[in-house]
Design a protein around this ligand. Structure first.
Ligand code: ADE
Length: 374
């Protein structure tokens, strides 16, 4: 059932709506529910987290899907569920195991928050996710979007889940020039959606919006309006505004950090460093690196840089340049492979080559240099 008051009005308005006439925002969104839900039921992609998911599975998938593409998430989700099938298993997971499962997904805080929330669930909620939008929001890493997604998809609670996809679809549907990066726009759209949403199938309504946003009303390039179940209701389609909407402010340019990365090995082991437990890539492992791009051409220069006795470095060769883009920073790196005789300097963690794949979570920023070892 759609929200009674608004649905009646909406349908009355929508059925009276003729080309050229204006439909109110509420009426437009209320008229969206039915075609959106039936389209989703026919066109939903077959994704691993959509096969009768438990609340835990909905939660983990929604966290993984934030800032990450569906195709990239699939193998991570499957590995995670095999290794940590329950909230209790997650609460007890070793941090390195957790980070290894997340290695390459980025925004590692998401995984740490999942564990912290699982511990809270074990302490306060008998290891289960609460059936309440408000209580879900009190858990670490769960904001309005995730609480809305878990509440609606897992528990059938009629609350919206407004992510970037939903914002883009609503902005185009309404022909709205409001800045979608602003909290007040998000609140207003969420309020409209809450009134308009299908109260019997809130999960299908919210997922329908993600799906239209991901597959039809796409962020870059021309939207596939001919496939859109909402095309007849869409202001942007009617007025040809798709390339102007949604309105977002220009992003600030990212700060550039230059680095020199050293892959120091002795044929069996490689030197690693564990990053601090605060800030970017907290607690992950990295190859030793320094600020600035250095030129290092001879074993003598490497020995001086590393404070090693003359003769300890038997070879040095360049690994070239690599770049990694984070949300606010870009690393522009140069790398060198350095072979030392005997033991690696004790300042570093001496990691067996074989453990690099299984044991140490190394962020993908270093992937180009990790490859140099194999
Ligand atoms: N993006 C956010 N949530 C999603 C979901 N459940 N399925 C596909 N894409 C999504």
């Amino acid at each position: 059932m759609f929200s009674v008051f608004s649905l009646e009005k909406a349908l009355a308005e929508a059925s009276l709506w003729e080309e050229g006439e204006e439909l109110s925002e509420k009426a437009r969104l209320c008229a969206v529910g039915q075609p959106l839900v039936s389209w989703f039921e026919q066109h939903a992609r077959d994704l691993p987290w959509r096969k009768e998911p438990s609340p835990y599975q909905v939660w983990v998938s929604e966290i993984m899907l934030q800032q990450t593409r569906v195709e990239a998430v699939k193998p991570y989700y499957q590995r995670w569920m095999k290794t940590l099938p329950t909230i209790e298993a997650l609460a007890q997971a070793e941090d390195d195991v957790l980070m290894k499962l997340w290695e390459g997904l980025g925004y590692y805080r998401r995984a740490r928050n999942l564990k912290a929330a699982a511990q809270k669930l074990c302490q306060d909620y008998e290891g289960r996710l609460p059936r309440s939008y408000e209580k879900l929001k009190t858990l670490p890493g769960i904001g309005e979007y995730t609480a809305g997604a878990v509440a609606s998809l897992a528990f059938g609670i009629p609350v919206p889940a407004v992510d970037g996809n939903a914002m883009r679809v609503v902005s185009r549907l309404l022909g709205s020039y409001e800045d979608v990066s602003l909290e007040k726009t998000k609140k207003r759209f969420a309020g409209l959606l809450k009134e308009a949403m299908d109260k019997e199938k809130p999960g299908a309504f919210n997922q329908g919006l993600f799906e239209v946003g991901a597959m039809v009303c796409i962020p870059r390039g021309k939207p596939r309006c001919e496939e859109c179940p909402l095309a007849s209701l869409c202001v942007a389609k009617k007025k040809g505004l798709w390339d102007e909407l949604p309105v977002k402010p220009q992003k600030k340019p990212r700060r550039i950090e230059e680095k020199t990365v050293l892959v120091i090995s002795n044929g069996r082991e490689v030197a690693l460093h564990k990053r601090s437990d605060q800030g970017l890539l907290a607690s992950l492992y990295e190859f030793p690196n320094w600020e600035g791009q250095m030129l290092m051409e001879t074993p003598g220069e490497a020995e001086e840089m590393l404070g090693l006795q003359p003769g300890r470095v038997c070879a040095i060769w360049p690994l070239g340049e690599a770049r990694h883009v984070f949300s606010h920073v870009e690393w522009h790196m140069v790398g060198y492979r350095i072979e030392v005789i005997d033991k690696l300097p004790e300042t570093w963690i001496c990691a067996d080559f074989r453990d690099l794949e299984e044991k140490y979570p190394i962020p993908s920023a270093f992937l180009a240099y990790k490859k140099a070892l194999f």
